[in-house]
Write a new protein. Structure first.
Length: 386
């Protein structure tokens, strides 16, 4: 087996979840998904498709109707993107992996902004790339970008820059001027940008369209830019495995070939559900975002009131990422919290070595009182240790 595969680290989040396996009393906030089921009208669309007998292979790049629906949807948030720049994928993670397969050769240098969801740093390593991490800087519980450090790290020898904003786990978001500076720099160095914008709608700042700044707002159609998206978060569709990529038009045909060799296509009934989700976005996403904002505003002040906790209010995403003073080993702390307090959180060092001592709490909870219960468990656990 290839050494790069043998070297892949196992998920530390799974390691914590395994510590709570079989225990029904654990309040689990470790995974990045809501506990709310997909809206009925989206499920109905999938069931209608199956009832009609749509059980066959489809086009590699996705159903024309869905690519058109993504194009229209994107145009409501950003400058319009033509359907010939869009490929439908089997989830956001598949979109990201396809992009990395398309752009990265073994030995290429890839720069990633970290802490970040571990799949984003594992994918270039699977391709045999050399990974250079540029760390966000923690200060007072918030993580911020040293823009100059990032620009200095991206050189003509850098094939790909991977950036996820709004960011999992920190909630950090890129500003428009930062995006402009990064794009201008990457145009000079000839570096591709892979922007993971799956959390763009989970954005809590007051903006006209309730959407985080996107590279699509500043780039032109032929820039070396690929954007990864997902139905998982803004449409409550994690289990469906549906996402999409936006890329320069002359790349789409080649992406179709890669999809053929990875998954061949996303399943048709899932895509039918995707069409309905996009057409009726306003019946889902604004409510989901309002609810998540209420969850954030329930959890974050309670954590901030705890003496040992350092945490800034995240602008986007679905996570409270906090430092717990006096608990330097995140994995150890997260495992103990499961076993001793019945509280399931993700360890910070799953996302970057520099996030050792931090914990991630997914606040996407249908019933926000679970968050209060969780904070009480954390408080009692910390008090017993004092
Ligand atoms: C930053 C980020 N990108 C992409 C994804 C992929 O989502 P999915 O594969 O469910 O579409 C996730 C999921 O947690 C994520 O956190």
């Amino acid at each position: 087996m290839r050494q790069a595969i043998q070297n892949l680290e196992e998920s530390r989040i799974r390691e914590v979840a395994n510590a709570g396996m079989g225990r029904s009393d654990v309040l689990a906030f470790w995974f990045g998904e809501s506990d709310e089921v997909t809206p009925q009208f989206i499920r109905d669309a999938a069931m209608e498709s199956l009832a009609k007998g749509e059980t066959f292979y489809a086009h590699n790049l996705g159903l024309p109707e869905l690519r058109e629906a993504v194009s229209l949807y994107t145009g409501t948030l950003h400058p319009k993107v033509a359907a010939d720049r869009i490929a439908i994928t089997s989830g956001g993670v598949n979109a990201l992996m396809l992009a990395v397969q398309a752009l990265v050769d073994a030995g290429d240098e890839v720069v990633a902004v970290t802490p970040v969801w571990p799949n984003l740093t594992a994918q270039p390593l699977i391709m045999g790339a050399k990974l250079k991490r540029v760390s966000l800087q923690p200060s007072g519980g918030a993580w911020t970008l040293d823009l100059q450090a990032l620009l200095d790290a991206v050189t003509p020898g850098t094939k790909l820059l991977i950036v996820n904003a709004p960011n999992n786990p920190t909630g950090w978001t890129l500003s428009r001027p930062e995006q402009e500076a990064i794009l201008a720099h990457c145009r000079k160095t000839g570096t591709w940008i892979l922007a993971d914008e799956v959390y763009e709608r989970l954005y809590y700042e007051d903006t006209q369209n309730r959407c985080a700044p996107s590279f699509l707002d500043v780039a032109s159609a032929d820039d070396r830019l690929v954007i990864a998206h997902s139905f998982s978060k803004s449409f409550l569709m994690t289990g469906w495995r549906l996402g999409w990529l936006v890329m320069p038009a002359d790349m789409t045909h080649h992406m179709g070939k890669l999809i053929e060799f990875n998954t061949s296509c996303a399943s048709v009934f899932t895509q039918r559900a995707g069409v309905v989700a996009l057409r009726r976005t306003d019946e889902v996403t604004p409510r989901v975002v309002e609810h998540l904002k209420a969850c954030r505003d329930t959890l974050v002040p309670l954590l901030q009131a705890m003496p040992m906790v350092q945490l800034a209010t995240p602008k986007g995403g679905m996570y409270a990422f906090f430092r717990l003073d006096g608990h330097g080993d995140s994995l150890e702390t997260a495992k103990r919290l499961v076993v001793e307090a019945g509280l399931g959180l993700a360890p910070g060092n799953a996302f970057a070595p520099e996030a050792q001592g931090w914990l991630r709490w997914c606040f996407a909870s249908k019933d926000p009182s679970r968050l209060n219960d969780g904070v009480n468990r954390l408080g009692r656990w910390l008090a017993a240790r004092r």
